[in-house]
Write a protein that binds this ligand. Structure first.
Ligand SMILES: C[S@@+](CC[C@H](N)C(=O)[O-])C[C@H]1O[C@@H](n2cnc3c(N)ncnc32)[C@H](O)[C@@H]1O
Length: 215
């Protein structure tokens, strides 16, 4: 059971699909793991439980940082927790494995929320505000031979992510994909998403995917 302060993302299907892919990675005591957009720290905990001795969790939200800290303590894991914007707090470091379940939901506007629960999912009109930045920044903090595991919705352009990561010299494949029913956020945006052509008329499921990119 994870501790979660109000306003922090409740781990759900996307979190657990990414955790399943993470479980297939070769994580050893020397593996340096970075969890970008950590939320409750669910993925950091999985990495630590898998044997990684060096796990770093980064999130912009103070409440997420506090939640991750408490979850690390409760589970007896030593996790370095940093508050900041994506890779900014670790820009001079290198990691063997970067995992990220960032905000990727297409929103009404391009301006990102500065607080509140919507900061967990809103990612600009095309859903790519964070994905595009991760495609550029993650390769910089990945060591040679390192791997990025990145979660997103098909609505926010899996091909675009693949192309951007390949342009950074990474080898990319889709490690997992699954169709899930719309939750409350997407259900409330169905009209908007239909009007933008991001979903079919009457669609009420979305495909989420984990991209695996190796440097
Ligand atoms: C979809 S939640 C994922 C949380 C957790 N990794 C999980 O899978 O359950 C996205 C997280 O990204 C964080 N976030 C949003 N913008 C960020 C940014 N620019 N830098 C770091 N974290 C950010 C939010 O605070 C939120 O905790």
């Amino acid at each position: 059971m994870l501790f979660r302060l109000p306003g922090v993302y409740t781990p759900q299907r996307d979190t657990w699909l990414l955790a399943e892919v993470l479980a297939c990675e070769d994580v050893r005591p020397g593996t340096r793991v970075l969890d970008l957009c950590a939320g409750t720290g669910a993925l950091s905990l999985r990495a630590a439980a898998a044997g990684a001795a060096q796990v770093t969790a980064v999130d912009l939200s103070r409440r997420a940082v506090a939640s991750t800290w408490i979850n690390a303590r409760r589970n007896g894991h030593s996790i370095r927790i940093m508050r900041g914007d994506l890779t900014e707090p670790v820009r001079d470091e290198h990691f063997d494995l970067v995992v990220s379940n960032p905000p990727y939901v297409p929103a009404c506007a391009d301006a990102l929320p500065v607080r509140g629960i919507a900061r967990c999912w809103d990612a600009g009109k095309d859903g790519r505000a964070l994905l595009d930045r991760i495609c550029l920044q993650a390769p910089e903090v990945l060591d040679t031979g390192g791997t990025l595991l990145l979660m997103q919705s098909a609505m926010s352009g899996v091909e675009k992510t693949r192309i951007m990561l390949e342009e950074q010299g990474l080898r990319v494949d889709v490690a997992a994909r699954v169709e899930i029913p719309f939750g409350p956020v997407l259900s409330s945006r169905r009209g908007l998403l239909e009007a933008r052509g991001l979903i079919r008329i009457g669609q009420h499921t979305e495909e989420i995917a984990v991209l695996r990119a190796a440097k």
